[in-house]
Ligand binder design. Structure first.
Ligand SMILES: [Zn+2]
Length: 289
């Protein structure tokens, strides 16, 4: 999740050191935990914001706020601090600080979620127990930096389709639907190949593709002032159904294909990834998981 990593870096840069005045929930479903109390962080400086899997971790000395944005959530600087922000879920209000020009900076940090799904959330967890408490306790190791050996060991544990394995946060954490498509294409491997058949050789290609795709995504996201929207992200195959494969000069003209599932689309190039075979793309496969 390069967009989350880069966003954590931006938020850290802007808010680290600011003293929390108040944690203000707007929606009773936004805070997923009852203890420890968010108020434990009030009066204390924000240590920083970091990422684990698809989560943002907002660290104070006694507690960490774990934030999941899901699809429609955003954690944004909030200079207006309106009483009833649109889509507002919760707000971190900080003590004002003086800017270099003498004006006061009372910018807050606001979690918003547009749409009706209300799936974004905040967990308040004791510092030091983040890795062993929900929701982080279910995550596998970070995809970024995973070695071919680690990956091969995980491939061997259970036979899964590669695309499903990459998206399964319990196996490796931090890869979503877009990156899973891009990684398979980068590695020239079928998204439907099984992990047990990929073995150690496949793990080398996939580990390399993960590193390349994460690095590309990070450099793109770090050049931005705000987190990108999914439609703004540059992709070789993801959401490119019917478009030409970028390797058409190499393997001859071919187009990006799609297999639709209920919550996501697998995109691939037959020439690059499936030895030219076009996989079933019809309504009967639409709701298979
Ligand atoms: Zn291709």
């Amino acid at each position: 999740m390069p967009e989350i990593e880069a966003h954590a870096e931006r938020l850290s840069h802007q808010f680290a050191g600011r003293v929390l005045a108040k944690f203000q929930p707007f929606n009773f479903t936004a805070l997923k935990t009852a203890v420890p109390a968010p108020e434990l962080a009030e009066g204390l400086p924000l240590l920083g914001v970091r990422r684990r899997g698809k989560y943002l971790l907002i660290d104070f000395e006694p507690i960490t706020f774990v934030v999941h944005l899901m699809q429609g959530g955003r954690l944004v600087a909030d200079g207006k601090r309106s009483a009833n922000p649109r889509g507002g879920q919760a707000r971190f209000v900080f003590e004002p600080v003086e800017r270099s020009d003498g004006s006061l900076d009372d910018t807050a940090l606001l979690l918003t979620e547009q749409g009706k799904e209300r799936r974004a959330g905040i967990w308040c967890v004791a510092a030091g127990e983040v890795e062993t408490s929900p929701p982080i306790d279910r995550l596998g190791p970070e995809a970024a930096g995973i070695t071919a050996d680690d990956l091969a060991a995980r491939f061997g544990k259970k036979s899964m389709r590669l695309h499903g394995f990459l998206r399964d946060q319990r196996m490796i954490a931090g890869i979503g639907r877009r990156l899973a498509n891009e990684i398979c294409w980068t590695a020239r491997v079928s998204p439907f190949s099984t992990t047990t058949s990929l073995g150690a050789t496949g793990a080398v290609s996939i580990a390399g593709a993960i590193a390349d795709c994460v690095a590309d995504g990070l450099s793109e996201e770090r050049s931005r002032a705000t987190m990108s929207l999914s439609r703004e992200r540059i992709c070789a195959v993801h959401n490119q159904t019917g478009g030409p494969c970028r390797r058409s000069d190499e393997h001859g003209p071919d187009t990006v294909r799609a297999v639709e599932y209920s919550g996501y689309t697998v995109n691939y190039c037959p020439s690059c990834q499936t030895k030219g075979k076009v996989l079933a793309d019809n309504t009967t496969s639409k709701f298979l998981k």
